[in-house]
Ligand binder design. Sequence first.
Ligand SMILES: [Zn+2]
Length: 183
Amino acid sequence: MSHMPYERWLFSDEPLSSEEQKALQEHLLHCEQCNLVFSAWGEVKRLLNSETAVEPTEGFVERWQIRFIEHQQREHERKANRHSWVLFIINLSMAALLFTFLLTQLLNIFGSPINLLLVGISHYATYFAFLAIVGEFFITVIKVTLSVISPTLWIVIGLILLLMNLFWLLSLRVLLSPWRLKT
Ligand SMILES: [Zn+2]
């Protein structure tokens, strides 16, 4: 059986005449091979025409981009982590070096570790003595103020403090109110 010109007609984009069409239909009824070609070609044309089958699924590009950005961020964080660890180790070794240097310098100045300890203790002792003097001074000031100020003045001061407290609370409420936080 000859399949020409039916095969050519099948693949032709040009419209067939009614006689040609009739002949083709006739041939397709009897020829299994041309029938197969006809249905296969129809399927191919359907796939080529349907955009959904060829185009990537919706949001594919966005999802891919998001994944790519996330991947980059993870890489970046890993690198930053490594950098911060390196920096930390460098800092630690610098501090250790500095500490050793200072220690040797101090030992040079004060001779032995015991001398150094004694100097340190005397420094602390003077520091605490100074604190004690300051503390005593403030206690005396407070005592004097308490004895000088009259009870009515105390009430006024108390009221002022209370008002200031209220005002502070109100302003805090206004500052932290939801409509303000939203903007
Ligand atoms: Zn045929």
